[in-house]
Design a protein around this ligand. Structure first.
Ligand SMILES: NC(=O)c1ccc[n+]([C@@H]2O[C@H](COP(=O)([O-])OP(=O)(O)OC[C@H]3O[C@@H](n4cnc5c(N)ncnc54)[C@H](OP(=O)(O)O)[C@@H]3O)[C@@H](O)[C@H]2O)c1
Length: 278
């Protein structure tokens, strides 16, 4: 059965097909080399949790109650529109340990082939480039990146260990020094990627990179799925981990959709926001 959702805003409420709803945003056409379009997505519970941390092992996980096929479909549509996926050292370590699935390629499964075709039809490269943001520079590179011929950049800061920078350069990777301190900076990273012709940048990262991009005024759009459930849990992650944001945290709603069917017999909102100009 084809999934539908109710669009609450903008306009009068209307039932629309879920498949294709985010492809219609044409994010790959919204940026330029001078000003790439930078977007992020999160799925959260009503009590603001995006992941729970196991107090015994310290490991974090996405709770099953936040996961749904409908949300994943929209995630894949966002991914399909990217010139470049931004990931980080922590994700690659989790991938190698088998704690997370590989989401660094588009349309490689039978069920998602149409998204690869969509990229071809819309003039995008077969696979997005991948940027690995890391301060430690201590991560494994998954074989899948070479297998699918993806451009790979490593982004770090001026405080990164020199021997690790040399290690990655010797291994043939382009290392971007995008920050003067102990962290990658949003403005420097986006500028470097824009110079390399990348115009739509999808942040597959977490709270720290969202904070980095927002604080530097680089975030163009935030997609947020809110699952209609409370999770609780004493140790958890929310969308942001840094100090108070003040005015830079002001957002404007662009659209709001209601999916009554998922996850897990509850419901969810699909919303997206853009930073509100000062
Ligand atoms: N529900 C959701 O939608 C959602 C979305 C995202 C994440 N999550 C989950 O939330 C939890 C926390 O997210 P996270 O692991 O992404 O944590 P995080 O604290 O945001 O990022 C961790 C890693 O990112 C790298 N990094 C991020 N920003 C950087 C910067 N500005 N400069 C240099 N390096 C930077 C660092 O790599 P190095 O250690 O290599 O230096 C760091 O270890 C995880 O369980 C994750 O799976 C959930």
């Amino acid at each position: 059965m084809t999934a539908h959702m109710l669009r609450f805003y903008p306009g009068a409420p209307e039932e629309i097909a879920l498949c294709g709803a985010y492809l219609a945003h044409r994010l790959h056409e919204r940026g330029s080399a001078e000003t790439p379009f930078v977007y992020a997505s999160f799925v959260s519970s009503l009590d603001g949790r995006i992941a729970l941390r196991d107090s015994a092992t310290g490991e974090s996980r996405l709770p099953a109650g936040l996961i749904s096929d409908n949300d994943f479909r929209l995630f894949l549509e966002l991914q399909a529109q990217a010139d470049c996926l931004v990931t980080h050292g922590g994700y690659l370590r989790d991938l190698e340990a088998g704690r997370l699935d590989d989401v660094l390629q588009v349309g490689t499964r039978e069920t998602t082939r149409a998204l690869a075709q969509w990229r071809a039809d819309n003039g995008l490269s077969p696979q997005p480039a991948v940027v690995i943001a890391s301060a430690s520079l201590d991560f494994p590179v998954p074989d899948s990146l070479a297998r699918y011929g993806q451009r790979v950049f490593i982004a770090t800061d001026a405080g990164a260990p020199a021997d690790r920078v040399a290690h990655w350069r010797t291994a043939g990777y382009e290392v971007l020094i995008a920050g003067t301190g102990a962290s990658v900076e949003g403005g420097a990273l986006v500028r470097e990627l824009g110079h390399r012709g990348l115009r739509s940048l999808y942040l597959l990262t977490g709270p720290r990179m969202l904070d980095t991009m927002l604080r530097d005024g680089q975030l163009s759009r935030l997609y947020l799925t809110t699952a209609h459930r409370l999770l609780g849990g004493e140790s958890f992650h929310s969308m942001l981990s840094g100090p108070e944001l003040r005015d830079i945290g002001r957002l404007r709603l662009c659209a709001l959709h209601y999916d009554a069917s998922a996850p897990d017999g509850t419901g969810q909102f699909f919303a997206h926001f853009e930073p509100r100009p000062a």
